[in-house]
Design a protein around this ligand. Structure first.
Ligand SMILES: *Cc1c(COP(=O)(O)O)cnc(C)c1O
Length: 406
């Protein structure tokens, strides 16, 4: 019998990731076990995907039930689960219409293409410019990686799509200076996730809304990471006083089953016509059935209030740890999207802390080189938070010792 090992990754996989040295084989709730039976507390949640944790009975039931009925049809036919899911999304958000796809990048790709079409139909010459923000992340297709504000991810793939400009995040003056009648879209994350867990200021989002209204640009909120209860609201826009024209959602939407969606109003949706866009698997019955179950489960006061309680609990405990170790400048974020920002003297070492945490039996994430990020299941039990933080405490102690050269 051949044994699967971490070396197989290096031997067989295109080397675009550098996964941990261990291989998880089973998960339940906010816990995972690796090939050796070692237990981990999961504060990573599959990068803000496993909102219900691992192997949640609701998701399993939805998947199994649908698996026995119908998996896939193709877009020549619609299906019941996708229509149920679309209705649920429309009834619970600003949106009137939904387009389904398989990932966050594809949802943003659809949003940006729709915005270009809207610009074209406006009849205004050259209304095709997209304004995006430094440090943002919107996915890895060529269009979305170019919209993203981290040149390290796009520079090797030139020539890049044209007409995309970047300005400072939370810099309303810069936005005023560059959003004009040639702008067809402004794309922004309510909290920059990959870029370091940086919340947008409310005044900034309001200002972008006004600028888009004045210039006829489409305001796109990329809620791929912040959606589905992650910030304690169903979607982060709901707490901002600002409603976007297009919202993209993915990650936690399927609770681990791949699905993404672009939500928009009738006004914008109708500017796409038959044949303008599409994708083979978008809204397939299996993904839609799971997403419906996940969405209904999360969209309750109990789960959403629980996210806020867990945020308070995390922040208090993390500040206590910081009193002990003085490693972090700040703890920031919202809900269960939490970033621990390293002090300047420890800059670039978030990954080291993460590796130590893994050794101590805690899965965490980083958000850029200077931020340790936590995005656990929205329903992570408090005793698992305690145990995870205890392991984090040990990892931080080891990190501090290593700094001293102990
Ligand atoms: C993860 C992420 C994406 C990309 O989603 P994929 O499913 O990896 O394509 C886009 N935008 C934001 C804000 C994200 O966090």
């Amino acid at each position: 019998m051949s044994v699967i090992t971490r070396q197989d990754f290096d031997q067989y996989m295109v080397p675009i990731y550098s996964p941990a040295a261990f291989i998880p084989v089973k998960g339940e709730g906010a816990k995972l076990w690796d090939q050796n039976g070692k237990e981990y507390i999961d504060f990573a949640g599959g990068i803000a995907v496993n909102g219900l944790g691992h192997a949640h009975p609701i998701a399993i039931e939805a998947l199994k039930t649908q698996a026995e009925k119908l998996w896939h049809l193709g877009n020549g036919y619609t299906n019941e689960p996708v229509l149920k899911l679309a209705k649920l999304l429309v009834e619970n958000t600003f949106a009137d219409k939904v387009f389904f796809c398989n990932s966050g990048a594809e949802a943003n790709e659809a949003a940006l293409k729709l915005a270009r079409k809207v610009g074209l139909l406006s009849g205004i010459e050259g209304k095709n410019e997209i304004v995006a923000f430094n440090n943002s992340f919107h996915g890895r297709t060529l269009f979305t990686v170019t919209a993203g504000g981290q040149p390290k991810y796009s520079k090797d793939f030139a020539p890049l799509p044209e007409g995309i400009g970047h300005i400072g995040f939370n810099d309303l003056e810069a936005a005023k200076a560059c959003i004009n009648e040639k702008t067809c879209a402004v794309i922004v994350e309510p909290i920059q996730g990959e870029g370091g867990v940086i919340p947008a200021q409310l005044e900034f989002l309001k200002g972008l809304r006004e600028l888009c209204d004045q210039t006829g640009a489409v305001l796109i909120f990329d809620e791929v990471q912040t959606g589905l209860g992650r910030t304690g609201q169903l979607y982060a826009y709901m707490n901002s006083g600002v409603t976007p024209d297009i919202l993209t959602t993915a990650k936690a939407l399927g609770g681990g089953f791949p699905i993404g969606a672009m939500l928009t109003t009738d006004h914008f949706a109708q500017q796409f016509t038959v044949g303008d866009h599409g994708t083979t698997y978008g809204g397939n019955p299996l993904a839609s059935a799971v997403a419906h179950a996940v969405f209904e489960f999360i969209n309750t006061a109990e789960v959403l209030d629980g996210v806020q309680q867990r945020y308070d609990y995390f922040v208090k405990a993390l500040n206590q740890l910081n009193d002990k170790y003085a490693l972090f400048d700040s703890i920031r974020g919202a809900g269960l999207l939490i970033g621990c920002v390293l002090k300047a003297e420890f800059a670039g070492q978030a990954k080291e802390i993460n590796t130590l945490a893994g050794q101590e039996g805690l899965l965490a994430l980083i958000a850029g080189p200077n931020v340790v990020r936590f995005t656990p299941a929205l329903i992570i039990p408090f005793e698992d938070i305690d145990e995870g933080l205890r392991r984090f405490d040990v990892a931080l102690a080891r990190f501090v010792d290593a700094q001293k050269g102990v």
